[in-house]
Design a protein around this ligand. Sequence first.
Ligand code: NCD
Length: 331
Amino acid sequence: MTSFVPPLRKTNPHLPFGDQRTAPWYGHDIISVKEMSRKDLEYIFGVAHEMREMVARVGSFDLLKGKILANLFYEPSTRTSSSFTSAMERLGGSVIPINEVHYSSVAKGESLPDTIRTLECYTDVIVLRHPEVGAAKIAADAARKPVINAGDGIGEHPTQALLDMFTILEELHTVDGLTVTMVGDLKFGRTVHSLSRLLSLYGVKINYVAPEILRMPAEIITELDEKGVSQAQYDVLTEEVIQSSDVLYVTRVQRERFKDTAEYEKTKDAFIISPDTLTHAKDKMIVMHPFPRVNEITPGVDEDPRAAYFRQMEYGLYVRMALLAMVLGKA
Ligand code: NCD
């Protein structure tokens, strides 16, 4: 495992006074989880934990006072975009939201690198969600300021995977030795692509439960095989699988990624988790979901203490506060 060495490429001659140029994540992009080590995660979660305590104690504080975030979303978002906004504002910074790409120069045909190079003139960090795999890397290569990938098509969603790992740790206090079962659209779901890679840093068993056409991509299975992760694939969610799981990670079938709507209709309700599904699950199991949910988890599950998805959203705030503070040299 290579550890995450900060690139020195992003040298900025206009660094504001007081930025810690030596902070380990200063000036970093967060594009993929592939280069992250277990040590990196421990560091991030340590900072996220402090953020959680600070929010509980004082709500907001001025760590990033005067800093500006560009929140550039070419795809819909509720949690990712609003939690980044909340994270920046709780740290005393401010946000330029660009959700309506139809009203920005993107609608006039501006290229992604030009949009990025424009926004970095006005901001200190850019959060980008884009429908194409690799878009975040293109943006990061064009930028001198840090770029954070908030989802690039069916590629990765590193900040979601980090908050998912943080959720598991906060709720179950360990990752080693757990059985994690991922259910739903494992082909197009970028969150599970990033999450399975982060889980591979720990001693876990992963079950993939998906309809045949929505299986976890073969290259990810191979990547994890090479790291010695125990993996199993299923096309039905069996009672044995549920009973052996410590984490049930449910995902939405990604309608917008289907070329053929009939295929979507066939698979969209392949797995529905209801209170009945959980009858024989472990008492300490947690049910996670990156949200939005469509029909995959019935509202009846929400009252079960094992339903961790609303807590998971909250943990996302602390992880994103940590990441912003880190790439801006304040943690
Ligand atoms: C996910 C995404 O955008 O990939 N949502 C999120 O960021 N929490 C999951 C999804 O859209 O299904």
